[in-house]
Design a protein around this ligand. Structure first.
Ligand SMILES: [Zn+2]
Length: 232
């Protein structure tokens, strides 16, 4: 592990995450609704076309919170670089972290995980990982299928807690973790529950949540996958 590699990864993570608040703001809408054409806070319209999607920093001059996004992007990329070192898997996972962080931001805002973004994560990570290690593709597919079945059953048992979006994201993460082996898959599917459980209790105890609206589970799933990839 070289310091230069970690710094490079962290700068890449921060720079890419710096462009996520605007698309997260626009895509955090209810199911079936078109992307926002104006800021939800100050109603300032976004430019038409691509220009309306590209903005470094906050989603709108009136909003904040992009520092947390960029530092999360930097920290995620740095952790991956520390753990993986100069491996060909590193650039693949650094790129996959971009749609992953966007999914977390959207889920936090509106409790949705858009299918197209989940599919983009599956393709940007799954295809290159399969090309790098075709011998592990079988395990990865099996892991994705196993996680799909397990989370599908969980969602059936508690439809209020887990949504179909969570099940699909979990399956994609199971596939990605499958390339790192079964211990990574296990860590990746178990830790989200350890992450969200205490947060839910804290929010209930401090009366910041009423227990009726469940927490978004996507960010916990993604954090669990990062933990699985970097610890197991
Ligand atoms: Zn605004």
């Amino acid at each position: 592990m070289s310091l230069l590699l970690v710094i490079f990864a962290a700068v890449f993570g921060a720079a890419t995450a710096g462009f996520l608040p605007r698309p997260a703001h626009r895509l955090a809408v209810r199911f079936g609704a078109p992307p926002r054409s104006a800021c939800a806070a100050c109603s300032r319209p976004f430019p038409a076309g691509l220009a309306g999607w590209v903005r470094a920093g906050a989603a709108c001059p009136c909003t904040r919170g992009f520092l947390l996004t960029t530092s999360t992007g930097a920290a995620t990329a740095a952790v991956l670089a520390v753990r993986l070192g100069p491996s060909p898997r590193l650039p693949v996972l650094l790129l996959a972290a971009v749609p992953a962080l966007l999914l977390a931001l959207i889920d936090l805002r509106c409790r949705r995980l858009p299918d197209r973004l989940v599919a983009a994560l599956a393709v940007t990570a799954g295809l290159p990982l399969a090309a790098l290690a075709p011998e592990k593709a079988g395990t990865a597919l099996l892991a994705g299928g196993a996680v799909l079945a397990a989370y599908g059953i969980l969602a059936g048992l508690s439809p209020d807690g887990l949504g179909l979006g969570d099940v699909k994201l979990a399956a994609v993460l199971g596939l990605i973790l499958g390339f790192a082996g079964w211990p990574a898959v296990l860590a990746g599917v178990l830790t989200p529950h350890l992450i969200n459980g205490p947060i839910a209790v804290f929010l209930l105890v401090t009366r910041r949540a009423d227990g009726k609206r469940p927490l978004p589970f996507g960010p916990a799933l993604l954090a669990g996958a990062l933990l699985g990839l970097t610890t197991a």
